[in-house]
Ligand binder design. Structure first.
Ligand code: GDP
Length: 483
C-alpha cells in the first residue's frame, strides 16, 4: 500500500497558495493532456480575497512517488480558531508558504502557533522570488525568528526550506538556481513530514469536520488513526459525553485530486469521509463495535456574540435580492447550521426575527455578506456580546489582540484600545513597525477595525482571538465623533 503524508498548508491570502497547489496537482498529472488548465482549480471566493483570509477550507490529494499526499487547507483567521485546531489535528506537518517580498504576515501567526503547539513539523516555502527587490534570505530569517518567538522546539526550528516561483512553476533549495519543476518541494514533503504513526489497537477515527450533501445528508470527516474501516462495517460511535451509539457505515470516501473517491476500505492513517452515520457530532469517535475506545475529544467554539437577523420590511424590500421572506431566511440559516459549527440560531417572539449567535463580528459578517451575495435580503441588528454568569459574577468574552503598525501612529492606536478597555500586554519594535499585544473585551473590538484603519491611514493590521470569559470590565464610551 502507498505511504500517506498529511500536511496542512498555511498561507496569507495572495502569497500564492492557489497557484502552488495548482502546480502541485499539475505535476502529479491529475489532468489529462487535452484538459484545459487555463483556470486555477482551487480558487478563492471573492469574499476571501477582499478580506484577506481563507474562509472555507478545501482538501486536495495527490500521489507523488508512490506516496499519497493529503493537502489540508487551513482557515486563516482567528475567528475560525476552533476549525483551525480541528483540521490541524489531521496533519503530521505543515507547509508554511511565505511571499519573498512581504515576509510572514501577522495573520498567519495564529495558525502557525497552533501548529507548533500541536507538535507538527514545519516545512517552509518562500514563494515569488521572481519579484523585483524581494529578499528571500531575510524572509527566511524572519520566519525563523517568528517560529522561535512562538516557542518552536529545536527540531521544529530546524525546518527545511525551498524557494521559488509558483507562478513560473519551479521550487528549489537555492533561490538563485531556477529550475523547471517543483519536485524539490514534493521531495521535501516526502523526506521531512513524518508518516502517520499507527498505534496498535482496534478502529478509532475522531470526527474532525463535516460536510453536507443534500442527497446523503451529513458526512463525517476525519483521519483513521488506527484499526480498520470498511464499507458496511458495524461500528460504535463514542459520543463526546462518553455514551455509545451503534451505527453502520454505508459508504466510504477518500480524497483524490479535487474530489473524493468511493472505496471499500480505508488505509490506516488516511483521511476519509463516512456517509450514512446517524446522529454524529464533531468530536465523536468512530470506534470498534464490540470494544469501543473513544479518542480525546476536541473543543468546539462557543459563540461569543449575537446579532438579530430580520426580514427586510422597509418600503424598498425586494430591490436587492430575490429571497426576502422569513421562510427563505430560516431555510438558509438551517442549511448553514449543518456545517457552520460555531453558529447557533434561536427563534424569537417574532417569526420574522432570528437571533444568530457566532464566534465574533467577522464570523457573523462573513455569513451576512455571503447571504447577501446569494440574493437574500436582510436587516441586521447591532452585534451584542454574550454575557455569562460564572460563579455568580457577570462575565464577558475577552480576546487577545495583536496590532502591527508603523511606529509613528502607534500612540493613536494604543489610546483607542485603552478607551475601549483594552490592556496592553507587550509592545515590540520590528524594524520601523511596532507589534503591540492587548487583552480587550470583545465588546471593545466591535467597530474598531475601521476606526483603526482611518487613524493609521490604512497601515494597521489587526488580529484577535477569543481567550476566555472574564468579569465585566465596565462601560465603554460611545463613539465621540458622531459619525
Ligand atoms: P492565494 O491567495 O494565496 O491562493 O494566492 P494566489 O495563488 O491566488 O496568488 C495571488 C497572486 O500572486 C496571483 O496574482 C498570482 O498570479 C500571483 N503569484 C502566485 N505565485 C507567484 C509567484 O511565484 N511570483 C509572482 N510574481 N506572482 C505570483
Amino acid at each position: 500500500m502507498a505511504n500517506v503524508k498529511n500536511i496542512a498548508i498555511i498561507a496569507h491570502v495572495d502569497h500564492g497558495k492557489t497557484t502552488l497547489v495548482d502546480k502541485i496537482m499539475y505535476h502529479c498529472q491529475l489532468f489529462r493532456e487535452n484538459q484545459n488548465t487555463g483556470d486555477l482549480i482551487l480558487d478563492n471566493n471573492d469574499l476571501e480575497r477582499e478580506r484577506g483570509i481563507t474562509i472555507t477550507a478545501k482538501n486536495v490529494s495527490v500521489i507523488y512517488k508512490d506516496t499519497k499526499i493529503n493537502i489540508i487547507d487551513t482557515p486563516g483567521h482567528a475567528d475560525f480558531g476552533g476549525e483551525v485546531e480541528r483540521v490541524l489535528n489531521m496533519a503530521d506537518g505543515v507547509l508554511l508558504l511565505v511571499d519573498a517580498f512581504e515576509g510572514p504576515m501577522p495573520q498567519t501567526r495564529f495558525v502557525l502557533q497552533k501548529a507548533i503547539d500541536l507538535g507538527l513539523k514545519p516545512c517552509v516555502v518562500i514563494n515569488k522570488v521572481d519579484k523585483e527587490n524581494c529578499t528571500p534570505d531575510e524572509v527566511h530569517e524572519k520566519v525563523f525568528d517568528l517560529m522561535f518567538e512562538l516557542g518552536a522546539e529545536e527540531w521544529q526550528l530546524d525546518f527545511p526550506t525551498v524557494y521559488g516561483s509558483a507562478k513560473n512553476n519551479w521550487m528549489n533549495h537555492d533561490w538563485k538556481d531556477e529550475i523547471d519543476n517543483i519536485e524539490p518541494l514534493l521531495d521535501m514533503v516526502i523526506e521531512h513530514i513524518p508518516s502517520p504513526k499507527i498505534p496498535e489497537g482496534n478502529t478509532q477515527m475522531l470526527i474532525t469536520s463535516l460536510d453536507f450533501s443534500s442527497f446523503t445528508g451529513r458526512i463525517a470527516i476525519g483521519r483513521l488513526t488506527r484499526g480498520e474501516l470498511k464499507t458496511g462495517q458495524q461500528i460504535s460511535l463514542v459520543k463526546r459525553d462518553g455514551s455509545i451509539v451503534k451505527s453502520r457505515i454505508k459508504e466510504l470516501h477518500v480524497f483524490e485530486g479535487l474530489g473524493r473517491k468511493k472505496i471499500e476500505e480505508v488505509q490506516t492513517g488516511d483521511i476519509c469521509a463516512i456517509v450514512g452515520l446517524e446522529g454524529f457530532e464533531i468530536g465523536d469517535t468512530v470506534a470498534d463495535l464490540e470494544n469501543p475506545e473513544g479518542l480525546k475529544t476536541i473543543a468546539i467554539d462557543e459563540p461569543t456574540m449575537s446579532m438579530l437577523f430580520t426580514i427586510n420590511d422597509s418600503p424598498f424590500f425586494g430591490k436587492d435580492g430575490k429571497f426576502v421572506t422569513s421562510r427563505h431566511i430560516r431555510e438558509r440559516l438551517d442549511k448553514e447550521l449543518e456545517k457552520n459549527l460555531a453558529l447557533r440560531v434561536n427563534a424569537t417572539d417574532s417569526a420574522d426575527k432570528f437571533m444568530v449567535f457566532g464566534r465574533g463580528v467577522l464570523h457573523l459578517s462573513v455569513l451576512i455578506e455571503t447571504m447577501r451575495r446569494e440574493g437574500y435580503e436582510l436587516q441586521i441588528g447591532q452585534p451584542q456580546v454574550i454575557i455569562k454568569v460564572i460563579d455568580g459574577v457577570k462575565c464577558e468574552p475577552v480576546e487577545e489582540m495583536t496590532i502591527d503598525l508603523p511606529e509613528s501612529v502607534s500612540g493613536k492606536a494604543i489610546e483607542m484600545v485603552t478607551m475601549r478597555k483594552g490592556e496592553m500586554l507587550s509592545m515590540e519594535a520590528k524594524g520601523d513597525r511596532m507589534v503591540c499585544e492587548f487583552l480587550i473585551p470583545s465588546r471593545g473590538i466591535i467597530g474598531m477595525r475601521n476606526q483603526l484603519l482611518t487613524a493609521t491611514a490604512g497601515e494597521a493590521i489587526m488580529a484577535h482571538r477569543f481567550k476566555e470569559y472574564q468579569p465585566l470590565k465596565g462601560g465603554i464610551p460611545e463613539r465621540q465623533n458622531g459619525s
